[in-house]
Design a protein around this ligand. Structure first.
Ligand SMILES: Cc1cc2nc3c(=O)[nH]c(=O)nc-3n(C[C@H](O)[C@H](O)[C@H](O)COP(=O)(O)OP(=O)(O)OC[C@H]3O[C@@H](n4cnc5c(N)ncnc54)[C@H](O)[C@@H]3O)c2cc1C
Length: 356
């Protein structure tokens, strides 16, 4: 059986590792480098270089280093169409991740290594007194703010950092409600200002303007206010809100028979996190070869949260189910996970720590 795997991130590498284990013929389509997104903020502070987080897996199967444009089902086959090739297989696992959702011009997204590199370049150009607006107080926005605040605390910069949040509360998308008062305290401790009920609608002439007319001076605006589904065409599939690909309980694209969707690209109810993407990729292969018949059981959901938010190398908050623990634990755990995951990616042996 031949399987085409789209994407070389957590979901794609995990699916490929499982496919290799079960003796499937694999063709993987996507960039030749794996990007470790959870540590992107460290590029902004200079604690990591872009090349530390974009590593080359030792693929032991065919890799087509191109972007998939379209995936179609035709009879008992699937076809993955790239600019230069049409790749045929019996099944496909799509794991192209998501893309930044940016309804406002003049802002810089923080979602890929190239984005982090560009933000760092601009910060270095502006200099140590940069006024930095971060739009969104979810995981990405908080970690960027914390990492930049650390450069000030370490005496490397004199950045002025503030977060603009459209919702009436901090971290509205983090499932654990208990964490919010703690985050407010941590932001105060690290001299990161924040403004709630501030829906950014325009960036113009060095000013960030909110929908209700408030204005903020900023030299640079980092956009961390949400993602959307991939711009990959899958004619047999249906797309959910913001373009995520709808899946059934077996992670198959709804409307398709031979196409699975793993990771952030899917509309699955599991959280959009690395652990789930790896579990999706592994499960898709097991279901495809009929090793698993029961529906996919998410591990991380809104009711079962485990996440680590680091605010620089010395502080943060760890959320383990309903308990939130402030302090060094989060950056420590994140450093260990980074080493472990990057090592797995380099060896192209990506396996979910919590089995499916
Ligand atoms: C700044 C940041 C911090 C985060 N922190 C954490 C954290 O602390 N903990 C955690 O668990 N999760 C975290 N996440 C989320 C986590 O990184 C994602 O859930 C995870 O990367 C999803 O894996 P994926 O395989 O679905 O997608 P990705 O890892 O995004 O991989 C998708 C791959 O597909 C490629 N691709 C895209 N389109 C195509 C195409 N058309 N054709 C071929 N290839 C394509 C991409 O280039 C990429 O290689 C963070 C994310 C960000 C951005």
């Amino acid at each position: 059986m031949r399987v085409a795997i789209v994407g070389t991130g957590f979901g794609g590498l995990s699916a490929a590792t499982a496919a290799e284990k079960y003796g499937l013929e694999i063709v993987q389509v996507g960039p030749p480098r794996f990007e470790y997104l959870p540590s992107l903020a460290k590029i902004l502070s200079g604690r990591r270089r872009p090349e530390d987080l974009a590593v080359k897996p030792s693929f032991r199967w065919d890799l087509v280093p191109e972007k998939a444009l379209k995936v179609i089902e035709e009879g008992n086959k699937v076809k993955v169409v790239t600019e230069g090739e049409v790749i045929e297989a019996d099944y496909a696992v799509l794991a192209p991740g998501s893309e930044p959702w940016m309804p406002v011009q003049g802002v810089l997204p923080l979602y890929r290594v190239s984005h982090a590199r560009e933000i760092k370049r601009r910060l270095d150009e502006i200099g140590e007194g940069a006024r930095i607006a971060i739009v969104g107080s979810g995981l990405v926005g908080l970690e960027a703010a914390g990492e930049l605040a650390w450069t000030r605390e370490a005496g490397l910069t004199d950045y002025e950092i503030f977060i603009l949040e459209g919702a009436p509360e901090l971290a509205p998308t983090l499932p654990c409600k208990k964490v919010r008062p703690l985050i407010a305290k941590l932001l105060k401790k690290h001299k990161i200002k924040y403004y709630l009920n501030t829906l950014v609608s325009k960036v113009e002439d060095g000013k960030v303007i909110s929908k209700d007319g408030k204005e903020f001076d900023a030299d640079l605006v980092i956009w961390a206010a949400g993602v959307q589904g991939p711009s990959l065409e899958v004619p047999c599939a249906t797309k959910a809100r913001r373009g995520f690909i709808e899946v059934d309980e077996y992670l198959r694209a709804k409307g398709c028979k031979r196409i699975y969707v793993a990771g952030d690209a899917s509309s699955s109810k599991s959280l959009k996190m690395a652990e789930e993407a790896m579990r999706h990729g592994w499960y898709a292969i097991l279901h495809m070869i009929k090793e698993k018949k029961e529906p996919y059981e998410p591990f991380l959901t809104a009711q079962n949260t485990i996440c680590f938010i680091s605010l620089g190398p010395k502080d943060g908050v760890s959320v383990i189910r309903r308990t939130a623990i402030p302090g060094r634990l989060a950056p420590l755990v994140k450093d260990v996970l980074e080493k472990m995951m990057i090592s797995m990616a380099k060896r192209a042996k990506m396996r979910p720590p919590i089995p499916v």
